[in-house]
Design a protein around this ligand. Sequence first.
Ligand SMILES: Cc1cc2nc3c(=O)[nH]c(=O)nc-3n(C[C@H](O)[C@H](O)[C@H](O)COP(=O)(O)O)c2cc1C
Length: 159
Amino acid sequence: MNKRTLVTYFSATGTTRGVAERLAHAIGADLKEIVPAQPYTAADINWRDTASRSSVEHAHRDMRPALAEPIDVEPYDVVFVGYPLWWETAPRVVRTFLESADWAGKTVVTFATSGSSTRGADGVQLHDSAPAARWVPGRRVAASESEAKLAQWVDGLNL
Ligand SMILES: Cc1cc2nc3c(=O)[nH]c(=O)nc-3n(C[C@H](O)[C@H](O)[C@H](O)COP(=O)(O)O)c2cc1C
């Protein structure tokens, strides 16, 4: 791709990280991790516990966990944003990232990993966190998806 492209991702247990690394390699993009200031422990991501950190953040749409460090998207034309589906949407820290940047003139594409859900991977529910961006609908990616298949997907996008 001749556009300046960045792959960003949040990953609590490594699955989205693996996909993000293969995607960035496949398309020759830079790679940056969305790192929460306070990492998520196993207890934090226990979705069966309504008092766990992830459950509480999900219950409160306005919660914005802080980032460990800002991510500068200024040098890029296209930014991929990857995340695990948590209750069929992105973890709140992804919104913290989206709301921290100026998206005017930039294209954003999401990708998500999950146990099985596909709902929430297209990123439509996140548009209000970056209304200035040009959003291209993303999709769920299988944990083991190959670089060749990821490159083929990106080739077919209208970036
Ligand atoms: C808090 C929480 C909520 C989840 N909700 C869903 C869900 O709604 N649908 C689904 O298919 N998987 C769900 N999962 C499974 C994750 O999406 C899946 O394991 C993902 O690939 C993890 O990515 P990661 O290793 O990059 O964190 C959930 C996992 C957690 C921790």
